[in-house]
Design a protein around this ligand. Structure first.
Ligand code: UD1
Ligand code: CA
Length: 433
C-alpha cells in the first residue's frame, strides 16, 4: 500500500507554564523525554516522513534525531502558523498530514491507526475525548450529529462548555484540506493562528469531517504544567506496573514501585515496596529487589538479591547468585557469580571474581580527586571489614585482607595482607579519684 502520510510533531511552544529551565518536551515520563514517546508512536505508523517543529532553542535536537526533519517556527504564532510553515516547504502536494503534539506523550497508537484509516475516506479527522473533570481543552461543537466547529475553551459560550466532546489537538488532513491551512486567519482574542479553524474552513468547501473518539480519555492529556506532568507519570507508571504484574512479577505494593519504559524482568522476580528502577535495567529470573533500593543502568542476572537499601548505579553487572545488601553502593562494576557484598560498602570501577566475600565497610578508593582507577578482586578472596582498597590495585585469588587494612599495593594469590598496626598493651597506673 502506497503510504503518502507525513507526520508533523508540534514542539515549538515555549512551555512557559512549566516554570522550568528545561524545555517542556525534554521533561521525562517513565524515564524518557516526552517528545520521544510521541516520536516512537509516530514511527509505528510507518509514515513517509516525520518532521518536528521547534523553536530556535530546541534546534539542537536535530543532532539527536538524525533520521527526522526539523523546521524552526519563530516567532510562534499558533498551531496553524506551524502547519503553514511546514506546508510552505512541503514539495509533495499529494501528501496527507497527521499533526501530533509533542506535549501529548500518552497518545494511544490504536487511536492513531484509526485516524489514519479514516483519513482514506475523510478530509479532516479529529481526535476528541469525553470531558474529564472541568478541563480547559478546546471544545468540539457538534450540530445534528456532525462536527460543526472547534472553539477554544476561553472563546466558548456557557452552553458550548457543557457536556461537549473535548479536542485532543490531534488532527489529520487530506491533501486538499492541508492546502486550506494557508487560509486560516488570526482573528480571535489571542491573535493566534488556530489549527482548529480548519474544521470551519473545510466545512465551507463541503469537505468531509470525521470525529474519532479516544478509547481512553486519559490518553488525550496534554502536558502544560508540572501537575499534568505528574499525572502523566502516574498514568504511565500504572501501565508499566500492570504489564509487569501480568508477566508474573511479584510486587507486594505495586503503587510504591517505580519502573522505566525499558525495564525488563525474567520469571519469578520479586520487587518489595518502595523501589525505584531507572532507565536501562534488566532483572533476571528468580531475583529479589528488597525495599528502598535504587537501581539505574544495571544488569541483574538470575537469583540475585539486592537490598534492602541498596544503590546500584550505571555500568553494573550482578552475576548469578550474587548478593548486594543494605547500605551498599555499587557503580560501574562487575560482580561475578555468588559474590557477596552484604553491608555498608562502596564498590566502584571494580571487577570482582566469583565467590568473593566483602566485609562490612569495605571501600574501593577509586578517585584521587583527578582520575578514576580500577580495582580487581579475584575469585574466592575475602576482604575483612573496614578495609580501604586504594585503586589501582589487584587482590589475588583466594587471598585474605585483614580487617581494617589500607591496601595500597597488589596482593598476590593465596596470601594474607594486613596493614593493621599491632595492638599495644599499656598498663594503666592507678588514677586518683
Ligand atoms: C491546543 C488546542 C486545544 C486542545 C489542546 C489539547 C489549538 C488552537 N488548541 O491548546 O483545542 O484542546 O491543544 O492539548 O490548537 N505549538 C507550536 N507552535 C505554536 C503554538 C503551539 O509548535 O505556535 C505547539 C506546542 O509546543 C504544543 C502544541 O503545539 O506542543 C499545542 O500548543 P499549546 O499551546 O500547548 O496548545 P493548548 O493551549 O494546549
Ligand atoms: Ca497543550
Amino acid at each position: 500500500m502506497a503510504n503518502n502520510l507525513q507526520i508533523l510533531i508540534l514542539a515549538a511552544g515555549k512551555g512557559t507554564r512549566m516554570n522550568s529551565d528545561l524545555p517542556k518536551v525534554l521533561h521525562k515520563v517513565i524515564g524518557i523525554p516526552m517528545i520521544d514517546h510521541v516520536i516512537g508512536k509516530a514511527s509505528l505508523l510507518r509514515p513517509k516522513s516525520i518532521t518536528i517543529m521547534v523553536n530556535k532553542n530546541l534546534i539542537f535536537l536535530k543532532k539527536k534525531y538524525l533520521k527526522l526533519k526539523f523546521l524552526i517556527q519563530e516567532p510562534q504564532l499558533g498551531t496553524a502558523h506551524a502547519v503553514q510553515i511546514f506546508q510552505k516547504q512541503n514539495k509533495d502536494k499529494n501528501s496527507k498530514l497527521l499533526v501530533l503534539y509533542a506535549d501529548n506523550p500518552l497518545v494511544n497508537i490504536d487511536d492513531l491507526k484509526k485516524i489514519k484509516k479514516e483519513l482514506n475516506k475523510n478530509d479532516v479527522v479529529i481526535l476528541g475525548f469525553e470531558e474529564m473533570n472541568n478541563s480547559s481543552y478546546g471544545i468540539i461543537v457538534e450540530k445534528k450529529g456532525s462536527v460543526d466547529e472547534i472553539v477554544e475553551f476561553k472563546d466558548a459560550t456557557k452552553e458550548q462548555r457543557k457536556g461537549q466532546t473535548c479536542n485532543s489537538g490531534i488532527v489529520a488532513l487530506s491533501s486538499r484540506s492541508l492546502n486550506l491551512v494557508s487560509k486560516i486567519k488570526n482573528n480571535n482574542i489571542k491573535k493566534e493562528y488556530y489549527l482548529t479553524d480548519i474544521v470551519k474552513l473545510s466545512k465551507k468547501y463541503n469537505y468531509k469531517i470525521k470525529l474519532v473518539t479516544a478509547a481512553d480519555s486519559k490518553t488525550a492529556l496534554g502536558i502544560n504544567d508540572m501537575s499534568e506532568l505528574g499525572t502523566a507519570e502516574q498514568i504511565m507508571q500504572n501501565q508499566l506496573r500492570k504489564k509487569a504484574l501480568k508477566q508474573g512479577v511479584r510486587m507486594i505494593d505495586p503503587d510504591t514501585v517505580y519502573l522505566s519504559k525499558d525495564t525488563t524482568f525474567g520469571k519469578n522476580v520479586t520487587i518489595e515496596p518502595f523501589v525505584v528502577i531507572g532507565p536501562k535495567v534488566k532483572i533476571g529470573t528468580g531475583s529479589i529487589v528488597r525495599s528502598f533500593s535504587h537501581i539505574e543502568g544495571a544488569i541483574i542476572k538470575n537469583n540475585v538479591v539486592v537490598g534492602p537499601y541498596a544503590r546500584i548505579r550505571p555500568g553494573t553487572i550482578l552475576e548469578n547468585g550474587s548478593k548486594v545488601g543494605n547500605f551498599v553502593e555499587v557503580k560501574n562494576s562487575k560482580i561475578n557469580k555468588n559474590s557477596k557484598i552484604n553491608h555498608l560498602s562502596y564498590i566502584g570501577d571494580t571487577n570482582m571474581g566469583e565467590s568473593v566475600n566483602i566485609g562490612a565497610g569495605t571501600i574501593t578508593c577509586n578517585y584521587d580527586g583527578v582520575k578514576k582507577y580500577k580495582t580487581t578482586i579475584k575469585s574466592k578472596s575475602f576482604i575483612g571489614s573496614n578495609t580501604s582498597l586504594i585503586a589501582p590495585v589487584v587482590i589475588g585469588k583466594s587471598s585474605i585482607v585483614g580487617a581494617g587494612s589500607v591496601i595500597t599495593k597488589n596482593v598476590e594469590d593465596n596470601s594474607l595482607a594486613l596493614t593493621r598496626p599491632e595492638q599495644k598493651k599499656i598498663k594503666l597506673k592507678k588514677r586518683k579519684k
